[in-house]
Design a protein around this ligand. Structure first.
Ligand code: ATP
Ligand code: MG
Length: 552
């Protein structure tokens, strides 16, 4: 895995310079700090790969730390899923998961330290007043009438805030910095608010909770983080991050910002993903159409394909949008290496080989993965009646159609050449049976008489077929940039369910986490819903279809 992120970038350059300068005694310690208010998405994967990847490459450490400072939106379910996702991506939680809420006591005493220095005060203004008095980019803020409260009163009131004397919103603790700073983040930011809410880990112990900017740097400092890597929107918060840690005179990590990952045809923020789930546009957070890591996993993405993609998008300072086609090409590249090739017919039509003996069953050896000899071979069963895909037959095909048509010959993969003699139709004029003859000399799927057979079709023996449900997916959004109007932009064909698919019996033993190529169709995997009674497969991604292009 080391190689995947090896190409250099500006963060690596900073780290290498710090190592040269002997900073932090040569230690490298990063962290990935999700708020447990949703499932992780592929944007988070970028942050995970960067942080855990750097720790790995520089013999350092990376903490998975839950930034669980807001009791209202957080749930245990999210904590569990995040732990699973990080492990699935291939990273070790060497210190186990850490929780910001474990530092509440220490954060509280840091606040007292700040008050005692005259650098924090309790403000009685309402939320609206504080907002109104903060000023704008062109207008300085207005000092709170409580700004010059003495230290003793501040300590007393802050203790009362902690002890539950006041209601939500009645008071806040603010840092005393500069109400006319050009950087609005420095205009006496709130560091504690009152919230009478139960916390998923500390229960009812606290009714004051630290604000993000205050808490985050303290968490980094307490854990001895050396490089606090975050996304660009925190650039303007860096002076505040530095102010808190300097005032407290504690261990002071270096904050470094990079551009977040964006993807076309995708929304990424947890808030938007949550509304897709809550409003039933998708079935769940791990719906295979979701860009969540659990959704991608269920769809059949391999962890390596995601790491490769993230690595290819680079670590840069400028915001941009990555192409979903790049993600899919990383996916195909990896699945090509590791998937078992099998035959599947998604839209079956019966083909009868009229000159093949009625009771006969033949076994052919099929290579499981031409890219990987160690994957071995399996047997496929052949008989007089088979299924082929409807799209592989045309009664009167054009010249360039290299599949089956009346009077045409094709190869049945692994088996024989067959030539179509006639078709049987029902009253609605639909083809219900294709009648062929086979050439016994072409056993194994080739002949040495020099005759050219261009098309090769997959097939499934009727007698041995297993029935499966196959779910085909397409982009969830129609618009390339769905961020603004995403709920009005849902693709009605983002999922198509095919109930009557015919697969090789081999796929009865399909396992979660294994990858299959349904030859000539695409990559597939067993869905979480897979059972022996109801075999469900997901289409992960297609192979390229040249016929589709020609039709256009
Ligand atoms: P969202 O905006 O999707 O809700 P967030 O930033 O609020 O995400 P956090 O749980 O706070 O989510 O994120 C944990 C870490 O993941 C942060 O360090 C954040 O910068 C990083 N991160 C989140 N989204 C992306 C992204 N699209 N690309 C890269 N890093 C990201
Ligand atoms: Mg957030």
């Amino acid at each position: 895995m080391n190689k995947e992120l090896k190409s250099t970038n500006f963060i690596r350059e900073i780290i290498e310079q710090d190592l040269k300068d002997g900073k932090n005694n040569g230690r490298i310690h990063t962290r990935f700090p999700p708020e447990p208010n949703g499932y992780l998405h592929i944007g988070h994967a970028k942050s995970i790969c960067i942080n855990f990847g750097l720790a790995k490459d520089y013999n350092g450490k990376c903490n998975l730390r839950f930034d669980d400072t807001n009791p209202v939106k957080e749930e245990k379910e999210f904590v569990q899923s995040i732990i699973e996702d990080v492990a699935w991506l291939g990273f070790d939680l060497n210190n186990g998961p850490l929780f910001a809420s474990d530092y509440f006591d220490q954060m509280y005493s840091y606040a007292i330290q700040l008050i005692k220095k005259g650098k924090a005060y309790v403000d009685d203004q309402s939320g609206d007043q504080i907002r109104d008095n903060r000023g704008t980019l062109n207008k300085p803020g207005v000092d709170s009438p409580f700004r010059d409260r003495n230290i003793k009163d501040n300590l007393d009131l802050f203790l009362k805030m902690k002890n539950g004397v006041f209601k939500n919103g009645e008071k806040v603790l603010r840092a005393k910095i500069d109400m006319s700073s050009p950087n609005i983040n420095l205009r006496d930011p709130i560091i504690y608010r009152i919230l009478h809410s139960e916390h998923h880990r500390t229960g009812n112990k606290w009714c004051i909770y630290p604000m993000y900017d205050w808490a985050h740097g303290l968490e980094d400092s307490i854990e001895g983080i050396t490089h606090s890597i975050c996304t660009l929107e925190f650039e303007d918060h860096r002076p505040l991050y530095n102010w808190f840690l300097s005032e407290l005179e504690v261990h002071h990590p270096r904050q470094i910002e990079f551009a977040r990952l964006n993807l076309n045809y995708t929304v990424m923020s947890k808030r938007k993903l949550k509304s897709l789930v809550d409003r039933n546009y998708v079935a769940s957070w791990d719906d295979p159409r979701m860009p969540t890591l659990s959704g991608l996993r269920r769809r059949g993405y391999s962890p390596k394909s995601i790491r490769d993609f993230v690595s290819k998008t680079g670590v840069v300072k400028r915001n941009g949008v990555s192409d979903i086609a790049l993600l899919e090409s990383c996916l195909r590249e990896d699945l090509n290496q590791r998937s078992t090739r099998v035959m599947a017919v998604l839209d079956p039509v019966k083909l009868v080989i009229t000159n093949y003996p009625k009771k006969k069953v033949e076994k052919f050896k099929a290579v499981n993965n031409p890219e990987d000899e160690s994957a071995g071979k399996r047997e496929v069963l052949f008989s007089r009646e088979i299924y082929i895909d409807r799209s592989d037959f045309m009664e009167n095909p054009p010249k360039k159609f290299f599949r089956l048509g009346v009077g045409r010959e094709v190869r049945l993969k692994h088996a024989y050449y067959v030539t179509c003699e006639s078709v049987v139709k029902n009253d609605a004029n639909e083809i219900i049976e294709i009648r062929c003859t086979y050439d016994p000399e072409s056993r194994g799927g080739w002949s040495n008489d020099g005759r050219k057979v261009k098309g090769t079709l997959q097939w499934i023996s009727v007698e041995h077929a297993i029935n499966a449900e196959v779910r085909l997916y397409d982009s969830l959004f129609l618009d390339e940039n769905p961020e603004k109007t995403f709920l009005d932009n849902i693709n009605p064909e983002s999922i198509i369910i095919k109930k009557n698919c015919k697969l090789e019996p081999y796929l009865q033993n399909a396992k979660l986490g294994e990858f299959y190529q349904f030859i000539r169709i695409g990559y597939f995997c067993a869905d979480n819903d897979f059972t022996l009674e109801n075999m469900v497969f997901n289409k992960t991604v297609g192979l390229r279809d040249t016929w589709g292009k020609k039709q256009k």
